[in-house]
Write a protein that binds this ligand. Sequence first.
Ligand code: ZN
Length: 146
Amino acid sequence: MNIKDLYRQLIMDHYKNPQNKGLIKEDDYITVGVNNPSCGDEIAVQVKINGNIVEDIRHEGTGCSICCASASVASQLLKGKKVSEVNELINLFYDLMKEELPKEKEILLEDAAIFQGVAKFPARIKCATLSWLGIEKAINTNKEED
Ligand code: ZN
């Protein structure tokens, strides 16, 4: 199995078995809705911030395999990290999608590096970044926690 097939397989695994899926009805969760009309992806992401830690990340919605898998991977990678680290990782992911991420930094993105092939398809980049944009928006609505 070559690396491209392996990445495709991992994306399908996350799509079929998403992590942290389903919204929580609690007041301390910040919910942000984001959509990507060009593909029809529509998702909501939720973050729970405790002090300077992103304690929980949830997602829910409908979208293509790339969009849903990316939300799963993002929630898994970013959950439990500091707000500042989360912002940094989100920017690294955007760099990956622009093909501007230095090779040695790929490891910091863990499973999220599986989306690097998507960077070759400009129409699908928005699918991959949608949940990350939502998480970024959600954590930055809470400025005093930063
Ligand atoms: Zn999509």
